[in-house]
Design a protein around this ligand. Structure first.
Ligand code: UT7
Length: 321
């Protein structure tokens, strides 16, 4: 039996932390009190103007490869989850491949599932490895949402930050990923989207993040506990065998309600939303890397990563670390 195991993690946050008061000083009509009470966010990071998703991804990827103790050329599959690609094409994954000087011709492609992108990418890479066709995958979540924020829309611009997280996933006889569950319901797409495009050399539509926050909140709380139960059942393990939950980091209130519905102690949930804000596809691998590097998640621990994002797309992956 071939499993796919995470053998290295890495992440990167650009620049210095930007506080809620910094946003007020920049002219956003908000307050530290509102943002902390409604979201739990205290700081986030923003990439410098012109900095692209692949640049953040490369730093995170190098750290993950170093932690895995392999060479970049040992990678035979690169999957990048992003909804803020450097260009319309080529894929950000091919830019990461070039940046890492991987000259072995390995497959490289992007997946787009917004804030659930890393879960989709990890589940996809696991299936490549489990099939025996590939042995070592670099899976990255990277986003530069700051370029798509409307700074006059306080209901969205205070929520997001930029960042990247990466893992190296390797074929192993030892259990790693035990189950994954992916879902989508595109009928909800106008609740969270960037309704813009490029055509005829012009931006058409509205190129900023737009969200019906309350509708997203309600949907997220409803499906996230269902998807955790589903992945636990599929893996055939007991829910109380889970050591850590690494949720998408959008709002501490969503995380708290979801943990309560699942009957999970909040101490088992890795939270970084206070420091990172919502970094979309990067939020789960960023939180995972933080918890691995500070020693909370250790070899042998059982982890569930779960996310939800625009579409809606949602899902979960259960793995032994
Ligand atoms: O990663 C994708 C997933 N995204 C999410 O999970 C986001 C889910 N949604 C949420 O996290 C929350 O709905 C928000 C944090 C976006 C909003 O919190 P809320 O408790 O649902 O607030 P609300 O939208 O109902 O707004 C309440 C009030 C409004 O004022 P009035 O109409 O009651 O006078 C807003 O205008 O808060 C006001 N408001 C703000 N005030 C200060 C909205 N944004 C801000 C702000 N600062 N930044």
């Amino acid at each position: 039996m071939i499993y796919a195991r995470i053998v290295g993690t890495g992440s990167h946050l650009p620049g210095e932390p930007v506080t809620n008061d910094d946003l007020v000083r920049r002219g956003v009509d908000t307050s530290d009190e509102w943002i902390v009470n409604r979201t739990g966010i205290r700081t986030r990071h923003f990439a410098a103007p012109g900095c692209k998703s692949s640049e953040l991804a490369l730093i995170a990827a190098r750290r993950a490869i170093e932690a895995a103790g392999c060479a970049a050329d040992d990678i035979d599959l690169i999957i990048v989850a992003t909804s803020t690609p450097d260009f319309i094409f080529p894929s950000t994954a091919t830019l990461v491949q070039a940046g890492l000087d991987i000259g072995n011709g390995c497959a490289a492609f992007d997946v787009q599932a917004v804030c659930c992108g890393f879960v989709y990418a990890l589940a996809t890479a696991e299936k490549f490895i489990r099939s025996g066709s590939h042995r070592r995958a670099l899976v990255i979540g990277t986003d530069v949402f700051s370029g798509f924020l409307d700074w006059t829309d306080r209901s969205t611009c205070v929520l997001f930050g930029d960042g990247a997280g990466a893992v190296v996933l390797e074929a192993s006889e030892k259990p790693g990923v035990r189950a994954s569950v992916l879902h989508a319901d595109g009928s909800h797409h106008p609740l969270l989207w960037v309704p813009g495009a490029v055509a005829g050399g012009q931006v058409t539509g509205d190129p900023f993040v737009r969200m019906d926050g309350q509708a997203v909140f309600k949907f997220a709380v409803k499906v996230l506990d269902e998807v955790v139960r589903e992945v636990v059942d599929l893996a055939g393990v007991a829910q109380d065998s889970i050591d850590w939950l690494v949720p998408h980091q959008a709002n501490i209130r969503i995380i708290q309600s979801w943990a309560k519905r699942l009957g999970l102690p909040i101490e088992k949930v890795i939270t970084t939303v206070n420091l990172h804000g919502n970094t979309s596809a990067a939020s789960i691998p960023l939180a995972l890397d933080c918890a691995v590097r500070d020693g909370r998640i250790r070899p042998g621990h059982r982890v569930v990563a779960e996310g939800i994002g625009g579409g809606f797309a949602w899902g979960a992956v259960l793995f032994d670390f």
